[in-house]
Design a protein around this ligand. Sequence first.
Ligand SMILES: [Zn+2]
Length: 100
Amino acid sequence: MRSFIITELICSSCGSRFQLPRTLPKQKPIGHVKDLWCPTCYEVTKYIEIGNLSLTHLKYKYDNGLELCPREERFLQALSQCSSSIDTIYDKEQVLHKKL
Ligand SMILES: [Zn+2]
């Protein structure tokens, strides 16, 4: 039997999320970047593997200068490589959720 893990990717432009089932051997690390068609941006954008990290929690730690774990560091690095930041996607995600 194959085990699947649902992982989550987040659009580096608009903060919308995409859930992807992956088999265990195909797990990608947090911060992995994937080109995906974004239904909100209407174009192919850089989606970043966020896995089970909490964006709210991460933003809180980041804003308060608390120590980040390596997975959180990797995610922030990936964001800056995609010319985005935690502030950008956090704010945009808040807007997205209000619209729904
Ligand atoms: Zn998007």
